[in-house]
Design a protein around this ligand. Structure first.
Ligand SMILES: Nc1ncnc2c1ncn2[C@@H]1O[C@H](COP(=O)(O)OP(=O)(O)OP(=O)(O)O)[C@@H](O)[C@H]1O
Length: 298
């Protein structure tokens, strides 16, 4: 059974049709990216699924329950962050979590488990207003999963985060998806993020779904390096077990795939071995081509 079924959903604001007869689903265990340019209706769709606004037409089922006929049952399977996460700024992270724990009747064991997953353990007694945006997002995610929902909705989860915050949040989402077996629908206009997180991507433009693509998630980013001692560099890379992929081309360059955060380390190691980097290029994200074809081709 799919955790989400959306059928023929439409929504207008005034005379403008924002969402135009869209249908899609999210299967069990899937992480689905909802991608499109600004103002194209992503947030509006996520708000309809979260029951924050009503569609003019269409059906939504969550975990098999019709959102409009069996609202409570449907919503008990859903958690999410759409627009600002609802955090009490003057309370500590721990008290924010405990608040949800109490009102939702969550066990102490589950609270401890969630604290572990968020990776915020050492900073939980600070007031939320002193948290970085990334920490706030991680706390909000923790609050979402306290009740072990089947399905999670995240609207632009990494928006506004710096690269470290983005990396930490992505790791948390991946950890959570694996450990909690929660299915996720997230919107984004950051293709790098979508490529790293999603198993499937749904493209939306002007309120219509224009394409859907399965994708194999790839860890890390590819770089092409042109060096003065190719064989020596390849030997070095083969010894570094955190380099995810090595490809040598017919020309003198070497293509490697590493976590983005580790490229500095690669350059350090080359420098130590007195190998000179003559040229370096970051590979274009695969999705970028697809995105350009879909959105810029007209
Ligand atoms: N309550 C509202 N009343 C009138 N128009 C609205 C309302 N909410 C959204 N819109 C309009 O609907 C369109 C789609 O907005 P939406 O926020 O869903 O887009 P989005 O794809 O999430 O974009 P972004 O990435 O910029 O958040 C926009 O033109 C927006 O101005």
């Amino acid at each position: 059974m799919n955790v989400l079924e959306v059928r023929n959903l439409s929504k207008s604001f005034g005379k403008t049709k924002i969402i135009n007869d869209i249908s899609f689903h999210v299967g069990e265990g899937e992480i689905v990216g909802f991608v499109g340019p600004n103002g194209t209706g992503k947030t509006t769709t996520l708000k309809m699924i979260s029951n924050l606004i009503w569609p003019d037409q269409g059906e939504i089922e969550i975990a098999g329950y019709n959102l409009f006929k069996e609202r409570e049952k449907a919503l008990s399977n859903l958690a999410g962050i759409v627009e600002n996460p609802g955090l009490y700024q003057n309370l500590s992270g721990r008290d924010n979590l405990k608040f949800i724990q109490k009102i939702r009747g969550v066990s102490k064991e589950r609270l401890d488990e969630v604290i572990e997953i968020t990776g915020l353990k050492d900073r939980l007694d600070r007031k939320v207003k002193k948290y970085s945006l990334g920490m706030k997002q991680r706390l909000a995610l923790g609050m979402c999963i306290l009740t072990k929902p089947k399905f999670l909705i995240l609207d632009e989860p990494t928006n506004g985060l710096d690269p470290t915050g983005t990396f930490e949040l992505r790791q948390l989402i991946e950890r959570m998806a694996k450990k909690e077996q929660v299915s996720i629908l997230f919107s984004s206009h950051m293709l790098g993020e979508v490529e790293k997180l999603a198993n499937r991507v749904i493209y939306i433009k002007e309120g219509r779904i224009i394409s859907e693509k399965e994708q194999v998630r790839k860890e890390g980013i590819s770089y092409s390096l042109l060096v003065n001692h190719k064989e020596k560099a390849v030997k070095l890379f083969e010894e570094l077990d955190w380099i995810l992929e090595i490809n040598t081309n017919e020309n003198n360059s070497i293509k490697i795939r590493v976590e983005e955060e580790k490229i500095g380390l690669v350059l350090n190691q080359l420098c130590k071995e007195e190998i000179i980097v003559l040229d370096m290029e970051k590979e274009k994200e695969d999705l970028e081509d697809v995105y350009n074809q879909i959105f810029l081709s007209e």
